[in-house]
Design a protein around this ligand. Structure first.
Ligand code: DAH
Length: 339
């Protein structure tokens, strides 16, 4: 019995010594110390031992068990520590390494210009509204005094969806939609995308953006229009900026004007930027035509209004001195990150 025990012990210790993985150690544990293990088998054989010998043998079995257990636990602990150390070594973080640089996006010059224009008009008490890009012929043309045979239709090469539906050629239809709501007074700007069947070049694109402006109230005069746009120009291009109103024609305003600002590059003395004239055209405007008001159920004897339309790209190109509109649509990040 005694020999058998020391044989088991020697064999177990040798196996432990030779194991190179945790699973193997666990296996040894089961094989030697488990319920069906070798030591349990020895205990089962106790019935053949003389009664007076039993306590002694029992004690020996226990000693053997304890010894194997002790060595086994030591090895398991060692092996777990080695695994943990290896894992830690692999996961080590060098906090002195330079960080990864995140590429931060940039606002598009159009967005910057739009936010600037919105800020100025919101400051003057205007609301920002939007209208549909796919528009009824009625809103884009008819309601704005541009009937089917009007020559102004040729100036704005139109994408027709059906005979009565167009891709809007201007943001002016939003004026009509806003007035139709019947909530007076109106003080709004309406930024948005417009479409014209134009060839792409440095100053044209089949899709660009406008910002429409409209004020309707009692006693609105051309002086209000002039004051408003003069203030807008100063805020946008600088305190010294002056405005000039040139008579013009738009079907939906009467009288109508185009507005120039003094060149912010040369201050008005003439330079390459303003092509020597000292002035730069920035928008079209006028007093809302009485027929347009009437169509929106507004009595022109009681109410009057002014309107204006600005090209957003034009503002962005001027403000950031970009000389080719196509750059605004290519979205080359090397270009965009300059703003
Ligand atoms: N819709 C005009 C255009 O696209 C611009 C314009 C001119 C808008 C005069 C207006 C305005 O509201 O009063 O050329």
């Amino acid at each position: 019995m005694k020999e058998k025990l020391s044989q088991i012990k020697a064999e177990a210790l040798k196996q432990i010594e030779n194991s190179d993985a945790l699973e193997k150690l666990n296996e040894i544990k089961i094989n030697y110390l488990g319920k069906k293990g070798e030591l349990t088998a020895v205990l089962k054989g106790m019935k053949d031992v003389a009664p007076e010998e039993r306590p002694k043998i029992g004690q020996m079995v226990n000693d053997t068990r304890e010894e194997i257990e002790k060595v086994l636990e030591q090895h398991i602990a060692q092996m777990e520590k080695a695994l943990r150390d290896a894992k830690m070594k692999k996961e080590v973080i060098d906090v002195t390494l330079p960080g990864k640089k995140n590429n931060v996006g940039h606002k598009h010059p159009n967005t910057i210009a739009l936010e600037e224009v919105e800020r100025i008009f919101i400051g003057m008490g205007y609301e920002v509204v939007e209208g549909p890009e796919i528009e009824k012929d009625y809103y884009n043309f008819e309601a704005l005094n541009i009937p089917k045979d009007h020559p102004a239709r040729d100036e704005q090469d139109t994408f027709y969806v059906t005979e009565d539906i167009v891709l809007r050629t201007q943001t002016s239809p939003v004026q009509v939609r806003e007035m139709e709501k019947g909530k007076l007074p109106v003080r709004m700007i309406a930024p948005g995308r417009v479409f014209r069947s134009d060839e792409v070049d440095a100053t044209h694109s089949p899709s660009f953006h406008q910002i429409e402006g409209l004020v309707v109230d009692k006693n609105i005069t051309f002086a209000d229009l002039k004051g408003t746009l003069a203030e807008f120009a100063k805020e946008l291009f600088g305190e010294e900026t002056k405005v000039k109103f040139r008579p013009h024609h738009f079907p939906f305003t009467e009288p109508s004007a185009e507005v120039d600002v003094t060149c912010f590059k040369c201050g008005g003395s003439g330079c390459r930027f303003c092509k020597g004239s000292g002035w730069i055209e920035i928008l079209g405007c006028g007093m809302v035509h009485p027929d347009v008001l009437r169509r929106c159920n507004i009595d022109p004897d009681e109410y009057s209004g002014f309107a204006f339309g600005v090209g957003l790209e034009r503002i962005a190109l001027l403000k950031y001195e970009i000389d080719d509109m196509r750059l605004l649509y290519e979205n080359d990040s090397r270009f965009l990150k300059q703003f």
